[in-house]
Design a protein around this ligand. Sequence first.
Ligand code: B12
Length: 213
Amino acid sequence: MPRGSVHFPQGEGGPRLPGGKTARTVVLVGHAGGAMWWAFCDWRAKMPADLADPLDTWSKAVIGPIAAAFGAFPYYPSDPPYQPFQRWAITAEGLAASPLGILAHPRYGLWHGYRAALGFAEVFTEVETEEGKGTPVCESCREKPCLTACPAGAVTVAGFDVTACRRHLATEEGRTCLEEGCLARAACPVGRDYTYPADQIRFHMAELSLPAG
Ligand code: B12
């Protein structure tokens, strides 16, 4: 789904387009809750079992033609050089980072992400969103259960400790997180209706655990 857009002044701040110009607008494309997962699974079932990076490959198969139809250039979050998706989302949707590093959304909580950004050579104003603007979700959360839920102590007010998380995931005790999902993410009281399906949670956790560090 469209997740808002960011506009850039001529030649300033936008990502580079093929041909050397920089984009004047990027439109973010993302997902929330489990809706994307079922569409992805239908597609995945028809693909070879050993397909590499299946979610990224699916994103490109679905979003690439949409970008082409609009004359836009697609950027993908996992493709280096990494584009600043979260910085763009902060501007587009007015979100702020949670202690987990994931941006907290007032409706979807921590259960949302970004699949692509469409870069336009000219200003494109067809997609705007006001949703979420001006509502810093974590600031108004008094209990902050995410800060005490992580068995590895990897989630703190100072930020998310990736190394501590991955080290824990490699232990016997860490199997619970791998199989049932990140306990800190699950502890967030916002957006519980959008919690990912169990298979989707396991898929993302498996990606997070590699390589062990
Ligand atoms: C590298 C990366 C990671 C690395 C982090 C390594 C590190 N030490 O920073 C690893 C593999 C650990 C990781 C893990 C996860 N990630 Co990640 N990751 C990225 C990626 C591909 C690049 C980040 C980057 O360098 N951007 C470049 C800079 C220039 O962009 P920026 O927006 O200006 O920078 C922001 C981020 O870097 C952020 N940040 C800094 N440190 C960390 C650490 C973590 C864990 C996160 C999430 C963000 C973050 O702060 C900056 C300012 O906002 C982005 C996609 C992207 N292109 O941004 C996804 C991304 C940030 N990840 C995302 C997610 C969802 C996760 C996981 C939850 C995945 C999972 N397993 O379920 C986990 C989080 C772990 C947890 N607490 O549950 C989402 C966040 C969506 C959202 N709602 O905000 C993104 C945007 C990918 C997507 N397709 O949507 N991730």
